[in-house]
Design a protein around this ligand. Structure first.
Ligand SMILES: [Zn+2]
Length: 69
């Protein structure tokens, strides 16, 4: 009985750990007052100056991931 409970605990810990990892990766992008794509000045808390830059940035990141970078 306790084996099942132990396995469930491990599984839950795994799920929490991967959620934490994902959150950490998402937070690697931080606002530094400049567009993350074109380096244009942006308002505090914003990562991109417009949706085009955000989309281009995401495309660039996806391409980098595909290339294994
Ligand atoms: Zn931009």
């Amino acid at each position: 009985m306790s084996d099942n409970a132990d396995r469930a605990d491990l599984r839950i810990a795994d799920v929490i750990q991967s959620a934490l990892d994902q959150t950490r990766r998402a937070h690697r992008l931080h606002s530094d007052g400049r567009c993350q794509f074109c380096d244009e000045l942006v308002s505090d808390g914003l990562l991109f100056c417009n949706v085009d830059c955000r989309d281009d940035y995401e495309k660039q990141q996806a391409a980098l991931r595909r290339a294994g970078a």
